[in-house]
Design a protein around this ligand. Structure first.
Ligand code: FES
Length: 95
């Protein structure tokens, strides 16, 4: 089955390159040009290499990282207000 229709590269060819030492889509591309034209096969090549699909940018953020704010919305998270000065005890009334 074809993986890269731009260059007519089959799954078997990609696996053969992988067995010969290519372990990234870039290394596959150097050997047979797969993935260097339209790029639509790169995720498939990654899958064949056992690398899974590329994470989407949003999901590539580490857990707990703030997501990008939509346009027009400030992404800045405002800090909580500084604690106000501790209320001074009432002045002693001197008689
Ligand atoms: S399908 Fe592989 S570069 Fe286009």
């Amino acid at each position: 089955m074809y993986v890269c229709s731009c260059f007519g590269i089959t799954e078997q060819e990609v696996r053969a390159h992988a067995a010969a030492g290519a372990c990234t889509p870039r290394q596959i591309a150097r050997r047979c040009s797969a993935g260097t034209d339209c790029g639509s096969c790169v995720r498939r090549i990654q899958g064949l290499l056992g690398r899974g699909a590329l994470p989407r940018r949003a999901s590539a953020l580490p857990a707990g990282a703030p997501a990008a704010a939509p346009a027009g919305v400030s992404g800045a998270v405002s800090a909580p207000p500084a604690p106000s000065a501790v209320a001074a005890p009432p002045a002693a009334v001197e008689a």
